[in-house]
Design a protein around this ligand. Structure first.
Ligand code: ZN
Ligand code: ZN
Length: 354
């Protein structure tokens, strides 16, 4: 079933429709990227409404069964469709629509506007990737890996976090990334204990850990990888923490397979770190889905009820963070494929000393 057919199957009856207005879900359903517009899905039709700026381009590229319609004013266009399709209720994206927009739609549309379950359904549909989506995620990862491998040549005592981050971002563009997947995390020394540290003027010193949490976007799809490397040398304690995190990462990896709750993958990493005495220093979830958004369903956390299935792409990213001292995180994306967790990264995970 295509994504549109799955939305159609979700519609409760012949007189209901779904109105998709968020950029990411509009793009997911139509394949067309725009900063405005809507997809109206009825039991039998899927109509992409776009204004003058996008209409011509969409007419050339959007494929049937999606119809492209020139949008003047969205609510007026939809009100013109409502009688001919006998639409009584319109489901909206309850997770992304503001209360102000909800009120406006509720007032202007001649069908009943309902907030209930559409966002959750769309994120559930998006969890399972098609082969084409997986290829794009892998391409984004290869771009990141090429940039990372090259930037390691610049990592030495005396350079700043910002210099490394700027060069990495530049190389991601050079190698075909349309943009970086998120604000790149390139941090050194004591800053590595900050899971989401921001690159600044801190200078790399001999004996530092340096953490890269990096990714690229290729044709809308994201990649996500974290490596922690040592500069010059690593103390026994740094090596021990690194090995603990690496073992937690591998235990989570071994837990990933179709039919397993995502919460079990989280527990595999968390239990190992707790058993080694560092449970208080691993304060985030083990991973997340990746796709058109850098963080999407499923959450790989203790609270997530999702059962893993074929085609899901999730990260495995445990870490240990010792405040004011240093931190280690190791992250890769895995594709769920039967009993296997296919590692989408090709960069070794063993401790690298630059
Ligand atoms: Zn990451
Ligand atoms: Zn991540």
């Amino acid at each position: 079933m295509t994504a549109v057919e799955r939305v159609q199957a979700f519609l409760p009856d012949e007189t209901s429709a779904a109105l998709i207005t968020s950029d990411v879900n509009r793009r997911y359903l139509s394949g067309f990227t725009s900063s405005a517009g809507a997809v109206l899905v009825t039991k039998t039709r899927a109509i992409l409404l776009l204004d003058f700026r996008y209409f011509e381009a969409a007419q050339k590229s959007v494929q049937p069964p999606i119809e492209v319609m020139r949008m003047q004013r969205m609510t007026e266009n939809i009100n013109n469709i409502i009688p001919s399709e006998n639409i009584k209720t319109i489901l909206i994206e309850d997770d992304s629509i503001t209360l102000a927009v909800f009120r406006q739609l509720d007032e202007a549309l001649s069908a009943q506007v309902i907030a209930g379950g559409l966002s959750e359904k769309l994120s559930e549909i998006r969890m399972v990737k098609t082969p084409d989506e997986i290829e794009k995620i892998i391409t984004a990862q290869r771009i990141t890996e090429r940039a990372y491998t090259e930037v390691l040549n610049l990592l030495r005592p005396g350079v700043t976090e910002r210099e490394i981050a700027v060069e990495l971002e530049h190389l991601i563009h050079v190698y075909g990334g349309e943009r970086v997947a998120f604000d790149l995390i390139c941090i050194t020394g004591a800053n590595t204990s900050l899971p989401h540290g921001v690159p600044g003027e801190r200078v790399v010193r001999d004996g530092d850990f340096f953490t890269f949490d990096i990714g690229a976007v290729y044709d809308g799809y994201h990649s996500d990888m974290t490596r922690t490397v040592a500069v010059g040398h690593a103390s026994d304690e740094m090596r021990m923490i690194y090995e603990t995190v690496l073992e937690a990462h591998k235990k989570a990896q071994r837990a990933i397979r179709a039919g397993v709750p995502a919460a079990e993958v989280d527990a595999a990493a968390r239990d190992h770190i707790a058993m080694c005495g560092y449970g208080d220093y691993f304060g985030h979830s083990t991973g997340h889905g990746v796709g058109l958004e850098i963080h999407e369903a499923p959450a790989v956390s203790g609270r997530c009820g999702t059962i893993l299935s074929d085609g899901m792409v999730i990260t495995d990213e445990p870490g240990i963070y010792l405040p004011g001292r240093f931190g280690v995180r190791i992250e890769d994306m895995f594709l769920v494929k039967g009993d296997e967790a296919v590692d989408l990264a090709e960069i070794p995970k063993e401790l690298t000393i630059i």
